[in-house]
Ligand binder design. Structure first.
Ligand SMILES: Cc1cc2nc3c(=O)[nH]c(=O)nc-3n(C[C@H](O)[C@H](O)[C@H](O)COP(=O)(O)OP(=O)(O)OC[C@H]3O[C@@H](n4cnc5c(N)ncnc54)[C@H](O)[C@@H]3O)c2cc1C
Length: 571
């Protein structure tokens, strides 16, 4: 199996030419960022990814994480790799400088994180979950919580988890049942969480669980959910570790892929927990973080595609089979065959397209946070909001397609585990499921992001694409003409859906909307719910944000059942 090599040239191109690194570097607070510094960071990260993380990817997949009487052991080499990762300061890369992090902008941390994900997806997950928990505490933790937990979590001595899912509460988080009872300055948390990534492991001395639960007596549904911090070991005021908290790892899952990443069932029995933010606002806080978590999972689709492409390319250059269609009668390496080249080019172009969009969105995240002009901040935020379900949904679905094509390039050997191509497909398969399934991303895109502003940001994006279309029209050459033709067709379809006479009305809709994906993945059937769906509820009483699509969870499904068919539009 070929080792991962960071595509530094492609990364530089996208950063400089498409995402506007130079422009981002002019934003307030980023004065120290320049092309030279970014090059150095990317080169160092590339060395770590290729030299330390990538060689562990295959053996760790084979060995997997192991559970024994509540303790979890990660595969051989993970502990040492994590130690080196923390020592080199990589864990602090994304956190703000005021909390001890390196405060790098998103446009720089994004390619770095892409490398870790490509090199070893299972390993990268522990850092992703910790970064999410750090963000939650920065946004909503008390000053004391920040002081007590953030330094260790940012440095990497402690890791973080996100505990949302329960057996009966997956996409629909309104059904969360974990219970919290007030006891002085803390709560006692009881319940069962499933599928918790790195919920238990041996890489760090403490694990900080962020847990969704319900305070005793809280309202049913989404308005009664709170967020709690539950450490594996209690932390004393001076920051030292105290006794073990009442949270146990009952088992870890046997999975299709990401074998090295432990996916834990956690049982809380009167565990000491601390409220994050205010009671009954837990889901709201989760949604603040979800954008970036979804962006991170979307990048997994890109990262796996890159890895699968590199592996397929290496194989295609080595494998000799069949004669050259160009003549000569000699057997040639399979990269000479037009169909193999087609597959490789398709893998490469889809990977590059994802990287281009991913880095452009990362730059917009930086502008949304740092641009001196308020309107520019808002404009960039609206663009990020619109793009997140696309990054999550499209990148991860494409990642699976690309990994599958990678197997095809290998022929029979692709189906054999020894080659390593199959691992990429197995690892990619989860990405369309966790952090909100693709169906949930579709609901989020249409039901929330487009509907809430009558499609205004989408219209702006289409206008920019029209300008690109005009530029393509001026470019010479057959290739550009063919590109323009395909681009124009897609654009016309997107614009047609936006302009559709009934669709915008539905999008502004007073009732609920639901987007269903038909057999043809390109067709989206937009239905408007019956005016009486949810009748009797005041707008403020309607369940909101229960589902991971922020749409009210199960109520979307019930509205879906009540729908009258509307117009079919192409998206
Ligand atoms: C390996 C792994 C790691 C995970 N890590 C974590 C973690 O760290 N923390 C955590 O809290 N959770 C984690 N999860 C849980 C994950 O987020 C959920 O599995 C996911 O949100 C889907 O929920 P579900 O499995 O209950 O599926 P369901 O919600 O039962 O969905 C089943 C199907 O119904 C569809 N569906 C459901 N509702 C709707 C709707 N409103 N509209 C359209 N379609 C819908 C879904 O798209 C899906 O196709 C992990 C899961 C796995 C497998």
């Amino acid at each position: 199996m070929s080792e991962y090599k960071a595509p530094l040239r492609d990364m530089h191109f996208v950063l400089q030419e498409l995402a506007g690194l130079a422009e981002v570097a002019k934003l307030p607070g980023l004065e120290e960022i320049n092309a030279e510094l970014v090059d150095q960071i990317l080169e160092e990260s590339a060395k770590f990814a290729s030299g330390v993380l990538s060689p562990l990817n295959k053996p760790a997949d084979k060995e997997g994480s192991k559970w024994d009487k509540g303790r979890v052991t990660t595969p051989k080499g993970f502990k040492e790799a994590y130690r080196q990762f923390v020592e080199a300061g990589w864990n602090a890369l994304q956190a703000p400088a005021e909390h001890g992090g390196q405060g790098l902008p998103k446009i720089v941390s994004t390619p770095v994180v892409e490398m870790w994900k490509s090199a070893n997806l299972s390993f990268s997950l522990v850092t992703m979950l910790t970064a999410g928990a750090v963000e939650a505490l920065i946004l909503r933790g008390t000053e004391e919580q920040k002081k007590q937990y953030l330094p260790k979590m940012i440095e990497g001595g402690w890791t973080g988890t996100m505990n949302l899912t329960e057996p009966q509460a997956g996409s629909d988080l309104a059904l969360v049942r974990t219970k919290a009872v007030r006891e002085g300055d803390h709560y006692r948390v009881s319940g069962q969480k499933i599928f918790i990534t790195y919920g238990e492991h041996d890489l760090a001395e403490n694990i900080v669980h962020l847990v969704l639960g319900r305070v005793e007596g809280a309202p049913e549904g989404v308005r009664g959910i709170s967020l709690f911090l539950v450490p594996k070991f209690l932390v004393s005021a001076d920051g030292s570790l105290g006794q073990r908290n009442e949270v146990q790892c009952a088992s870890i899952e046997h999975k299709l892929g990401i074998h090295a990443s432990p996916t834990a069932v956690l049982v809380y029995e009167n565990a000491v927990g601390y409220l994050v933010g205010e009671e009954n606002h837990g889901l709201e806080y989760m949604f603040i973080m979800m954008n970036l978590a979804r962006f991170a999972v979307g990048m997994e689709g890109l990262a796996i595609s890159e890895r699968a492409y590199q592996q397929a390319l290496a194989y295609a250059k080595e494998r000799v089979q069949s004669r050259d269609v160009a003549g000569g009668g000699k057997a040639v390496t399979i990269i000479h065959h037009p169909d193999v080249r087609r597959m490789l080019m398709s893998m490469k172009s889809q990977t590059e397209a994802m990287r281009a969009l991913g880095y452009v969105v990362a730059a917009a995240v930086d502008k949304s946070l740092r641009h001196p002009d308020k309107e520019e901040r808002a404009r960039n935020q609206a663009f990020v909001d619109l793009m997140i379900p696309i990054v999550k949904g499209w990148f991860t679905e494409t990642g699976i397609d690309v990994a599958s094509t990678g197997i095809q390039v290998h022929g029979g050997m692709g189906f054999i585990e020894e080659t390593g191509a199959a691992q990429h497909l197995r690892d990619a398969r989860i990405t369309t499921i966790y952090e909100g399934t693709t169906g949930i991303q579709a609901n989020d895109l249409i039901g929330r992001k487009v509907a809430r502003e009558g499609g205004a940001t989408a219209k702006g994006v289409i206008a920019v694409m029209r300008a690109v279309e005009a530029e393509l029209g001026k470019a010479a050459g057959e290739d550009m003409a063919a590109t323009r033709e395909a681009f124009s067709a897609a654009l016309t379809a997107a614009d047609g859906a936006r302009r559709s006479r009934r669709a915008p009305a539905a999008l502004r809709g007073k009732g609920r909307q639901v987007l269903l994906r038909g057999e043809n993945q390109d067709r989206a059937v937009l239905r408007r719910s019956r005016p009486d769906a949810g009748a009797g509820l005041e707008e403020r009483d309607r369940p909101r944000r229960g589902g991971r699509d922020g749409s009210g969870g199960g109520s979307v499904l019930s509205a879906g059942r009540a729908c009258a068919p509307g117009r079919i539009g192409l998206l």
